[in-house]
Design a protein around this ligand. Structure first.
Ligand SMILES: Nc1ncnc2c1ncn2[C@@H]1O[C@H](COP(=O)(O)OP(=O)(O)OP(=O)(O)O)[C@@H](O)[C@H]1O
Length: 238
């Protein structure tokens, strides 16, 4: 069996009186959406997984390795935030090529891969553009292109499309699905969203966070329809 993309075992952190503790397993190739009220710990969960935050206790595993003591750069993952993902001074080609290596010069084979992935996200011909001269949706396409080019077993998305309208958000989610399938099985995705409906048709499971815990977790449709947890029903307004 392929190792889980992400495993959090008794991972603990605290801010003042709020003690957060997470136990979670995301299978290889699984798409998990993370929802919950403001302050529930959604971003904290991603920060712990990415290594931006060191836990007080517990272990973090990725693709079969204990990565708890590794820096974010050394963990086998890509991260996409709502904004500030791109280097303003670099054109689109360079921004995407950074996904392959931050230092190395771009070899001809790599240049071909960059052009290919840009075409896959609908940005063929944008190679020389600067981020400032693009729309928010186009910029997030560049970010996704870089993330998928990196070919890591785990992709963390923190409210990546919050600034985009419903139609464009849907388009981005469809793009993620297409890129996932193009890449084949094996890329686990954890996406924090304030729009539970974004999970429908895309995420395999939903985790509902409340007060620093995973209060409920289950298949997407069941979580959205039956909401068998009082806190989740209240959050969804069902
Ligand atoms: N650096 C910090 N110092 C102190 N408290 C923090 C810090 N970061 C987060 N917190 C607190 O931890 C809790 C969880 O924050 P977190 O950002 O993970 O929540 P969230 O679910 O992502 O919220 P939102 O939906 O509003 O983004 C909040 O109560 C927040 O105030």
């Amino acid at each position: 069996m392929t190792a889980a993309a992400l495993r959090l075992n008794g991972v603990v952190t605290r801010y003042g009186d709020l003690v957060m503790r997470f136990d979670l397993e995301v299978a290889a190739g699984e798409f998990l959406a993370v929802i919950g009220p403001s302050g529930a710990g959604k971003s904290t969960l991603l920060d712990l997984a990415a290594g931006f935050l060191q836990p007080e206790a517990g272990r973090v595993h990725m693709a079969g390795r204990d990565v708890t003591d590794l820096s974010p750069a050394d963990r086998p993952l890509s991260v996409v935030f709502q904004d500030n993902n791109l280097f303003a001074d670099l054109d689109v080609f360079r921004n995407v090529a950074l996904g392959l290596s931050p230092r190395r010069r771009v070899a001809p084979d790599d240049a071909e891969r960059v052009r290919e992935v840009l075409a896959a996200v609908g940005l063929a011909g944008f190679e020389r553009r600067r981020p400032a001269d693009m729309s928010g949706g186009e910029r997030q396409r560049v970010t996704l292109a870089r993330a998928f080019l990196r070919d890591r077993p785990l992709l963390l998305l923190d409210e990546p499309f919050a600034a985009l309208g419903p139609a464009l958000r849907r388009e981005m989610l469809e793009l993620i699905q297409a890129l996932r399938h193009r890449r084949g099985a094996g890329m686990g995705i954890v996406m924090v969203t304030h729009q539970p409906e974004d999970a429908r048709g895309f995420a395999d499971r939903i985790a509902f966070l409340d007060a620093g815990r995973i209060a409920a977790i289950g298949p997407t449709e069941a979580m959205l329809e039956t909401a068998g947890h009082a806190g989740l029903s209240a959050y969804l307004g069902t």
